[in-house]
Design a protein around this ligand. Structure first.
Ligand SMILES: NC(=O)c1ccc[n+]([C@@H]2O[C@H](COP(=O)([O-])OP(=O)(O)OC[C@H]3O[C@@H](n4cnc5c(N)ncnc54)[C@H](OP(=O)(O)O)[C@@H]3O)[C@@H](O)[C@H]2O)c1
Length: 232
């Protein structure tokens, strides 16, 4: 098999970082995106890479659309191939009826609009792959109701709807689209959850879920996968 190429956002920390390790171990070449260049640089140093694997880091704010377009297009031209896009970058800000307009808009910008932009940029390259794939991190808050997080819930519900619609559209181009909806995952984002690490989903579980989806036969498609949490 020829070398596969994955673009992973949110790679500096948390779920995206774990996914970067996962695909490095699987032999992919990687385009890793987040704002914090020093964390991306440190990650690159720790990845288990074979000589033929390439890694490019892109330090950019996903809300800076012109910079994202320029840097991602340069990377795609450089790698001349893309097989997988993982949208793991995202933000959480608490608040429902009292949420500020700034927080509300920021979540829609990062958790929805920026993902749409990245999909637009990547779809032409993914369509050239034997099986192009897009995974996006929504949340259980994108499919179930929880109080106190209306802005986050709005962004994650929007992402589920966006991803499901994209899936129906892109199947004709041979691209499989999956939206992942996990409950609380053990990352920095979950620090205010009040849960102990052993009560949370492991970041590696997200990789296992991706692995499962990718292991299915060509005709099989998982458009949405909810990962719940044991409540003892
Ligand atoms: N942790 C959970 O409990 C949980 C549960 C369900 C779903 N999720 C979702 O899973 C995804 C990953 O969450 P996580 O727990 O890994 O979060 P995290 O540890 O806070 O990491 C978030 C990542 O997103 C990047 N990011 C945030 N804003 C960005 C921006 N404007 N431009 C570029 N990159 C940006 C961050 O990098 P920089 O700061 O370096 O830019 C970081 O790499 C999110 O969409 C989240 O909503 C998380």
């Amino acid at each position: 098999m020829t070398q596969q190429v994955a673009l992973i956002t949110g790679a500096s920390r948390g779920i995206g970082r774990q996914i970067a390790h996962h695909f490095a171990q699987k032999g992919y070449s990687l385009i890793l995106l987040a704002r914090d260049q020093s964390l991306l640089g440190r990650l690159k140093q720790t990845l288990p890479l074979q000589p033929e694997q390439r890694v490019k880091t892109i330090a950019v704010d996903l809300c800076d659309a012109p910079s994202v377009a320029s840097k991602v297009q340069d990377a795609l031209a450089d790698f001349a191939q893309l097989d997988l896009l993982v949208n793991a970058a995202g933000i959480f800000r608490p608040g429902s009826s009292g949420a500020t307009l700034g927080d509300f808009a920021a979540m829609l910008d990062v958790n929805v609009t920026a993902i749409h932009h990245l999909c637009q940029l990547c779809i032409p390259a993914l369509a050239l792959s034997e099986v192009g794939r897009i995974f996006s991190l929504s949340s259980v808050s994108g499919v179930q109701a929880f109080g106190g997080i209306a802005g986050y819930a709005a962004s994650k519900h929007a992402l589920v709807g966006y991803s499901l619609s994209l899936s129906r559209e892109l199947a004709a181009q041979g691209i499989k689209v999956t939206v992942l909806c996990p409950d609380v995952v053990d990352t920095e984002m979950a620090q205010g959850s009040g849960l102990e690490p052993h009560q949370m989903i492991e970041t590696q579980d997200i990789c296992r879920a991706i692995e499962f989806v990718m292991s299915l036969s060509p005709a099989a498609m998982v458009e949405q996968l909810t990962i719940g949490r044991m409540r003892r």
